[in-house]
Design a protein around this ligand. Structure first.
Ligand code: TRH
Length: 377
């Protein structure tokens, strides 16, 4: 009998919670042949990432995953063999009770947020005894062998490389989004939270020597973009030009399309957790807008990642990268650091691919979870 897995996702805000759990659920089904239910408390958010889904039904199967609405009034449900609570969401009390009563007790995992901080390795995989006698294990994604790794589908890099060497595939894809690639243009994607630094970047892009196509899927950054453009309301499909800068507003797309967008661009500005990882798998230089936390703890996380990522770059290239990421995440002007970044451009490109290969040499998160379960049995 194939093992059953329940993944619980509470959508706090944005798309990271559902983005990570939906991706994980699909991979557990497709690559490990598991029976997976994904419990999500906000189907509207799910439908944005999986447009063919129905936000009105209680249960539906999408890409082999049984997607269930996690309702406030929880209905009795037989727990699965493996139960994942994503990002410390609180499971229904009746479900936890049923887990404790189950003849074969389930493996209970808390899938944590991504961090490159050193303490992660020490906490990854640790159990915590719960009042009902069950142990809950902490599972930490991460960038080092002592962590749980990163979500990466088996064929991802092969698909990405095939796409990146096929100019027609890229052009067709961009055209399907309403973007006509311009000769010699530098293609940049932009997915970020509202950011006061944006204006300084757009300014330097508009005034630069090279033509730029900036591709912006619908989202929070549109507010900053609109105010730079003088308050005009932007819609998907809109194109605006300022000097060398051509801005294309795109619809929010499926996760598969968003991957292709990242693969199509020379540089990707990303945010949160999942788009940040996907940009790394794209093998292209990136700019991370980290999710803001109280007491600036997010800035420590940012530096922890930079410490790992910048290794192997020349001192100048490291400085350019760190300055750019710091300024962007502090809402400070990035025009100078962007120009420094351009000076080390070929190196930044090579490095992004090397980093991607280095990360891909580690076990992926889904495989690590399956292995963890097998070891636990
Ligand atoms: O949406 P986010 O800001 O999510 C955040 C982070 O996960 C953060 O850590 C968490 O605390 C907070 O949510 C609650 O960024 P993230 O993680 O990149 O998730 C976005 C998802 O949306 C990702 O799966 C990619 C996907 N996406 C699309 O599918 N289509 C699109 O057009 C775009 C722009 C993104």
């Amino acid at each position: 009998m194939r093992a059953t897995w329940d993944i619980f996702c509470s959508v706090v805000d944005n798309y990271g919670d559902i983005g990570v759990t939906w991706r994980l659920a699909r991979q557990l089904v497709a690559e490990h042949g598991l029976a997976v239910r994904l419990w999500v408390d906000d189907l509207q958010a799910f439908v944005r990432l999986c447009p063919q889904a129905d936000a009105q039904v209680l249960r539906q199967t999408q890409q082999g995953v049984e997607v269930c609405l996690w309702r406030q009034d929880w209905q009795a449900t037989e727990p699965a063999d493996v139960v994942i609570e994503a990002f410390a969401c609180e499971l229904p009390a009746a479900y936890v009770e049923a887990m404790a009563q189950r003849l074969n007790r389930p493996l209970w995992l808390n899938l944590e947020y991504l961090s490159a901080e050193e303490w992660v390795e020490g906490c990854h995989g640790l159990p915590s005894l719960q009042s009902n006698g069950l142990s809950k294990f902490f599972f930490f994604p991460g960038f080092t062998p002592g962590s749980g790794g990163l979500l990466r589908e088996r064929e991802l890099l092969t698909q990405r490389r095939a796409f990146q060497v096929d100019d027609c595939a890229r052009d067709d894809f961009l055209c399907s989004l309403g973007v006509e690639p311009m000769a010699g243009a530098l293609m940049i994607s932009l997915f970020a939270y509202e950011n006061a630094a944006l204006g300084s970047w757009l300014q330097v892009l508009a005034a630069g020597l090279q033509r730029i196509q900036l591709l912006v899927p619908e989202g929070r950054i549109l507010r900053s973009l609109q105010s730079w453009l003088g308050g005009m309301v932007l819609q998907p499909g809109d194109i605006r030009q300022r000097g060398q800068l051509h801005i294309h507003v795109l619809p929010f797309m499926s996760q598969e399309q968003y991957d292709r967008l990242l693969w199509s661009c020379d540089f990707n500005a990303v945010r949160g957790e999942d788009s940040f990882i996907r940009a790394q798998w794209a093998g292209r230089p990136l700019l991370w807008h980290i999710y803001e936390q109280a007491d600036n703890t997010h800035l420590e996380k940012l530096d922890a990642f930079l410490r790992l990522y910048k290794e192997g770059l020349s001192a100048d290239a490291q400085r350019a990268l760190v300055e750019l990421w710091h300024a962007w995440n502090n809402g400070q002007a990035i025009d100078k650091s962007w120009e420094k970044m351009l000076q080390s451009w070929p190196q930044q490109h090579e490095h992004a691919e090397e980093w991607c290969l280095q990360q891909a040499s580690q076990a992926d998160l889904a495989a690590a979870l399956v292995q963890f379960y097998q070891n636990w049995l």
